[in-house]
Design a binder for this molecule. Structure first.
Ligand SMILES: [Zn+2]
Length: 113
């Protein structure tokens, strides 16, 4: 399961950051997730609860912020926001577009004690 390994990576990051930033407990984590990252929010929350059990983020709440993706059109050079794969250019209708962002998956910020 894709989400499980993502959550393991998050927990690892939280634990690494804990020694650098001197916190002992994570109360809330906000993630920025792009529309092309193929992450299921429900599966992610479920995995997060499972992965954080017994760690410094045990019981932390997870918020998923939908990041915006963008693409660039080869036909008319328009840059436009996207919410998924295979979207045509809104200006000229071309499908010859280059996706420039949208697969991000990162910790935006967190609340710690
Ligand atoms: Zn276009």
């Amino acid at each position: 399961m894709h989400e499980m390994s993502l959550c393991e990576a998050i927990v690892q990051t939280l634990e690494e950051q804990a020694s650098t930033h001197a916190y002992t407990k994570v109360k809330r984590v906000r993630l920025s997730v792009g529309p092309l990252s193929c992450v299921e929010p429900e599966a992610l929350k479920f995995s997060f609860d499972a992965c954080t059990r017994g760690t410094l983020a045990d019981g932390a709440s997870l918020e998923i912020l939908q990041a915006e993706g963008s693409a660039w059109c080869f036909g008319c050079s328009e840059t436009f926001p996207i919410t998924g794969h295979g979207q045509p250019c809104p200006r000229c209708g071309s499908h010859l577009v280059h996706v420039t962002s949208g697969d991000e998956f990162k910790i935006k910020d967190m609340e710690v004690v």
